[in-house]
Structures are given as C-alpha cells and as structure tokens.
Design a protein around this ligand. Structure first.
Ligand code: 5AD
Ligand code: SF4
Length: 438
C-alpha cells in the first residue's frame, strides 16, 4: 500500500496504566511504520486491536465476547489482533477459540507490532524477550501529562498474581533513555510525568547491558533535574522496598507529587506470608505512619484483596484494623480471583465461598467511604496548588493538587498547564471544588 493510503486503527485497552502506555506505543509504531491513524469507530477500522488484561478472570471472559462482536460488525477484510497479558498467557489458544483473529502479541513483545501486523497467524508471546532498550516511536499524550515506562516485567512472585507469567522477569530501562523521553515530552508541553513499572521501587537492579546497579531514588533525582517538569508521579511501588532513603527523597523532593500508592493486599501477617508479600501487618503500619509523619498532607492509596484462600474472619479483621489505622485516601478493592500459572492455585481447597467474599468486599467499601468523607472534608477552607489539565464541557476546568486530589473550578482554557492557587469551598468523597485565588 502506498504512503498516501492511510489505514485506520481501532484500539481498545483494558487493565492497568502500563497497558495504556503499551497501547500508546502500538499506536505510535503503527503510525510511524505502517501509516495507520486511530479511529473511535470500530466499523470503519482496517485493523482492530484489543489490548488485554488478565489480572482477574472477568476481563478474560469479556475478551472473547468482545472480539466475537468485532468480528460480526467489522469492515470486510479488516484484521483483528489480540495483544497484552491475556495474549501472553493464552497464546495460540486464542486462535483456536476465535479463528478469525489474525495475530496474537504478548505483553512483553509490543515492539514487534510492526512485524506481526501483516503476518496472518503470527503468535509472538516470548516472556524472555527483552525490549527494554527498544526506542519506540514518539507517542501522543495528554498535552500536560505523560507516562513513561521505567522497567518491564516483575521479579516478585506474589502468589495470587499472574503478571510475572505474562510480563516475565524484571529488566530496567536505562536511565538515560527515560530521561531523554521525559525531556522530549516536556519540550512538547508536558508538566507532569508518571513513571511506570510493575514494581517501580526495585528499579535499577538489572539492565540488559551489564551496567552498574542503581536505585529508584537515584532515578527520581535524575528525572527531577529536568527543567520545565513540574511534577513527578510513579506507580506501582512495593511497600517492601520503601526504604528510608526513598521515603526521605519522597518527603523532601518538591517535584514529587505527595500521593503514594502502598498496595497492602491483606492486613493479616499470615495471609501476607501466604501471598509472599515480604512484610507484616505491623511493618506496613509502621511504614505508612512514618510516611504520614514525614510528609504532611500526603495521600496514601492502596489495593486490597479480600477472600484470599484460607482468609479467616480474624485475618479479615486484621485488614479492617490496618484500614482503620492508616485511613487510606483511596482503596482499590478486589475479591480474590484464581489465576492460571500462580502459586495460590495450590490453595484451591481453602478457597472462600463467594458470598463471604462479597460481604467482606462490602465491609471494606463501607468503611472506606466513611474515611473518604472525613479526609476530603478536611480540605474545605484550605488553599491548595492545582495543576490544571482539562477543560470540561460544563465550563469547569479540572486539575490535580500536589497530593493528587482532583479539583474543579469555574474557568477557561487559560488555566491549562498552569500551577494555580485555589481556595477549596466544597468536597465530595472523590473530588474538590474551589475558586481560583487571584
Ligand atoms: N485476584 C484479585 N485481585 C488481584 N490483583 C492481582 N491479582 C489478583 C487476583 N488474582 C490485584 C492486586 C494488585 C492489583 C493490580 O490487582 O491488588 O495490586
Ligand atoms: Fe504482581 Fe506482586 Fe509483581 Fe505487583 S509486585 S505485579 S502484585 S507479582
């Protein structure tokens, strides 16, 4: 096909922020090398890609119903590709169940997109593949915010988690490549970067060349030197690797957003052991309290899994205890979902009945709602600094505080990309409202 004949790509992304970045990479590679541009209308697309997640069972079953629909409605001769974590773990079986799928590309093989796209029947799911030094084509991003991967894979073996099986071992992306990428995005207008990895604070332990080890704290210091960059965020860190050096950097570096994700998973020391998380209930509480002491106004978010196999009522109460002690600003809660290629599958006999899991989930949600209202109300009357990034259809402008709380004000696009003081007048459980202070 000649350069003039532009083709249309429809891409649907499920799952985590790394999947979003992978999709950005796919779009950029196909634009640069294969003359594709994106469309929101699946029915006019020449290529349909679904970038999948397999962390829990739900998105996997959704995948097959969704590609079935795509196959019925798609333009004649349009191709369908399945990428991401489900592609990694199901591989060729996807084509057995859905023979109309043209190619399958695993989560650790995204840089091969331009090779597989025209290869009917291609299946690239090698979890040892190393694209940590691959220079992806430049992707578009929200004008003021960008995300940059800092590592691929994960070396942890949390017993509930499928990620090490779909994304392989951890390899850090060279610091100079990360810095270069952030500088390019800042030159295009970005004020904020989110550094992404499955376990960001183990950064620097292994590179694909045999260079010296480094640390996440050092990476943060390097990235914060970039002129014009106002705010640095990162996800996900592991509570186990939040050492004193890291906490000090987090506390004192003015460019680092004072919002930290501390995935608890469970509050019970014995369940944490069964999950192979490497910390205890007390260790977690101590670290969270230290962060709260050292960083006034910090917001702490978390992930919690209820009904892990063998979780007794007492274990669950330990989780409730930690929630009460730490008072998380946001909780992402999940009911345990058995996944293939995970150690926890061996605990099948100890699985918790679904109704008990649902009840525990509701208990977590209800308690968290109380904390959220209490914590958000504390903002009323305060003056906070907001980085505005989007214009809403109702004439409001939205942005985030330094501790990453969403704020809405009446205003115009003149606020976009600017750090502005706002006096908070109102709070819901999830966002704040206020007036710009002139
Ligand atoms: N079941 C339920 N939740 C899970 N998570 C990961 N694996 C599972 C599973 N098998 C959750 C964890 C993780 C988040 C991204 O997804 O809480 O931190
Ligand atoms: Fe999964 Fe644990 Fe790695 Fe996070 S740290 S991706 S939960 S194995």
């Amino acid at each position: 096909m000649s350069k003039q004949e532009e083709k249309k790509l429809f891409i649907q992304t499920l799952g985590c922020q790394m999947n979003d970045t992978d999709s950005q990479h796919i779009i950029a590679e196909l634009k640069e090398h294969k003359n594709y541009s994106t469309t929101d209308n699946m029915e006019e697309a020449d290529l349909i890609i679904i970038n999948t997640c397999s962390v829990r069972e739900k998105p996997v079953s959704k995948l097959f119903s969704e590609i079935g629909q795509f196959n019925v409605k798609k333009k004649e001769n349009a191709k369908i590709g399945v990428c991401g974590c489900t592609a990694s773990h199901l591989g060729k079986d996807i084509m057995k169940r859905a023979p109309y799928v043209d190619f399958v590309l695993g989560a650790r093989n995204i840089s091969k997109i331009k090779d597989v796209v025209d290869k009917k029947g291609a299946v690239e799911i090698d979890i040892d593949y190393d694209d940590s030094t691959y220079q992806f084509a430049q992707s578009g991003h929200n004008l003021y915010k960008t995300s940059v991967n800092i590592s691929i894979g994960c070396d942890k073996k949390c017993t509930f988690c499928i990620v090490p099986a779909t994304r392989g071992d951890e390899i850090s992306i060279p610091t100079e490549m990360i810095v270069e990428q952030v500088k390019k995005d800042v030159a295009k207008g970005a004020k904020e970067v989110t550094l992404l990895g499955q376990n960001v604070n183990s950064y620097g332990k292994r590179f694909s060349d045999k260079r010296e080890k480094t640390s996440f704290t050092k990476l943060l210091q390097e990235v914060s030197k970039i002129e014009g960059l106002e705010r640095i965020r990162f996800t996900s860190p592991h509570p186990l690797h939040m050492d004193d050096e890291f906490i000090e950097e987090f506390a004192k570096n003015p460019k680092i957003s004072k919002c930290i994700h501390m995935p608890l998973q469970s509050g019970s020391t014995s369940i944490l052991k069964a999950m192979k998380r490497g910390y205890s209930k007390e260790g977690f509480i101590k670290r969270a309290k230290k962060i709260r002491e050292m960083v006034p106004d910090v917001r702490i978010t978390t992930d919690i899994i209820v009904a892990f196999p063998g979780e007794t009522e007492e274990d669950f109460q330990d989780t409730i205890d930690v929630i009460k002690e730490v008072k998380f600003d946001q909780i992402f809660n999940f009911k345990y979902s058995p996944r293939p290629n995970t150690e926890a599958l061996e605990l099948k006999d100890l699985e918790i009945p679904d109704d008990i899991g649902s009840k525990r989930l509701i208990d977590v949600i209800e308690l968290h709602k109380e904390h959220q209202s209490e914590l958000m109300d504390l903002n009323i009357g305060k003056t906070v600094t907001v980085l505005f990034d989007s214009l809403k259809p109702n004439g409001e402008v939205s942005g985030f505080t330094d501790n990453y709380c969403q704020v809405f004000v009446k205003g115009s696009d003149e606020l976009l990309g600017k750090l502005v003081d706002v006096k908070i007048t109102d709070a819901t459980r999830t966002a704040l409202k206020g007036d710009v202070v002139n």
